[in-house]
Design a protein around this ligand. Structure first.
Ligand SMILES: Nc1ncnc2c1ncn2[C@@H]1O[C@H](COP(=O)(O)OP(=O)(O)OP(=O)(O)O)[C@@H](O)[C@H]1O
Ligand SMILES: [Mg+2]
Length: 357
């Protein structure tokens, strides 16, 4: 395992839910992130995947210090960065940079590309002396595959994919060690998504970056990630390598997500079942007891309402060994069946298009 550059432990972000305008009274909390653990190895890419509202962006914002956690720790090279301030905070911020989801709204339309990419140097002038900035920005444009001559243009003169390249160039300006990319391709046309993913993959290797790459969809992170974490309602429910997650998923939620990913090979498709989850994701203000996935799970039994499953290697892996042993937060991750106990929820894939339900 690569030496960890970031270690997240029991990370929590709760937003108070208030009522009343004059006398604001707290009536509950939005449990956006509710006990997340993961590590990011040096030079590694970790994919984080989950449905809308499961807390991905909140995790991203805490990693780059845009939000302060309610509890838990984020260690960067061994040091907890969640309570830093002043100079120490500034130094860490320089090393952990974010690439945002929407290249249409995240770039200031009144600034030139040169000013956008060079803006981080205003905050960290020690990285690039004034007289050197233009050359550096042109280098960055070249690195992300844009013509350095574009330096004086404005964002509206670029396509979505090109704008995201500008966002990536800005993220690289300070030569960070870690990049947190929050759904960097979701706002782009499918045809340009792969180009931007390939660019990030190349840059990650070229600059030896450690990356957290967030997406909705398991198929997007597959080729860029060394490991993947699957999030559900504020927690990571399963984490493992590419092979472990895609070929040996043990958490029912991961199995359901994977069953919705289109499979190009018709023969493989025939042997697969499409799992349709019942109901909607519960509200993060009212999280089910025990296993938070149980209200939509076909394997749920009484124990699931009582006991929170730990994110750990299931016992049968520990005793049986095998190369696919990895962490899964399910009491019944062990039994290997995919939904056979719930007739009606599992239907053959055929005739169901293939896109996520
Ligand atoms: N500032 C805030 N105040 C209150 N609730 C918030 C705040 N920010 C986020 N939330 C809530 O926290 C939950 C998690 O939000 P978050 O944006 O992290 O999800 P996400 O996984 O990034 O979703 P998406 O895929 O749609 O981007 C959501 O229910 C959201 O409404
Ligand atoms: Mg988000």
């Amino acid at each position: 395992m690569a030496e960890p550059i970031i270690e997240v432990s029991d990370l929590v972000k709760h937003y108070p839910l208030t009522r009343g305008v004059l006398f604001r009274k707290q009536v509950g909390a939005v449990r956006a992130v509710d006990g997340v653990d993961f590590h990011l190895g040096r030079g590694e890419t970790l994919g984080i995947v989950g449905e809308s509202g499961c807390g991905k962006s909140t995790v991203a914002k805490m990693l780059v210090n845009l939000e302060r956690p309610t509890a838990g720790s984020i260690r960067y090279k061994g040091e907890d960065i969640t309570r830093l301030s002043g100079r120490a905070l500034k130094a860490v911020r320089r090393n952990i940079q974010m690439v945002f989801q929407d290249p249409y709204t995240s770039l200031n339309p009144r600034m030139t590309v040169g000013d956008i990419i060079g803006e981080p140097y205003d905050i960290h002038p020690e990285v690039a002396p004034k007289g050197d900035r233009r050359r550096r920005v042109q280098d960055l444009l070249d690195v992300v595959g844009l013509d350095p001559e574009y330096i004086n243009r404005y964002p509206h003169q670029f396509s979505g994919g090109q704008r995201q390249r500008i966002g990536i160039a800005r993220g690289l300006a300070l030569r960070p060690e870690v990049i947190v990319a929050d759904e960097p391709v979701s706002a782009l046309d499918v045809s340009v998504q792969a180009q931007v993913i390939n660019l990030m993959d190349r840059l990650q290797r070229e600059f030896e970056l450690s990356c957290v790459f967030i997406a909705h969809d398991l198929s997007i992170v597959r080729h860029i990630s060394d490991r993947v974490g699957v999030m559900y309602l504020g927690r990571i429910v399963e984490t493992g390598t590419d092979t472990e997650i895609y070929e040996h998923p043990t958490h029912p939620y991961t199995q359901a997500l994977l069953s919705a990913v289109p499979v190009p090979d018709p023969e493989a498709r025939e042997h697969r079942e499409r799992i349709i989850l019942s109901g909607d994701v519960p509200s993060p203000t009212n999280i089910p007891s025990g296993c938070r996935f149980r209200t939509r799970c076909w394997k749920a039994r009484e124990r699931c309402a009582r006991e929170v499953p730990a994110l750990a290697v299931p016992a049968w892996f520990r005793t049986g060994g095998g190369p696919a042993a990895h962490d899964s937060a399910c009491h019944f991750a062990a039994d290997g069946s995919i939904g056979r106990s719930a007739p009606g929820q599992v239907v053959p894939l055929e005739g169901h298009g293939g896109g996520p339900g």
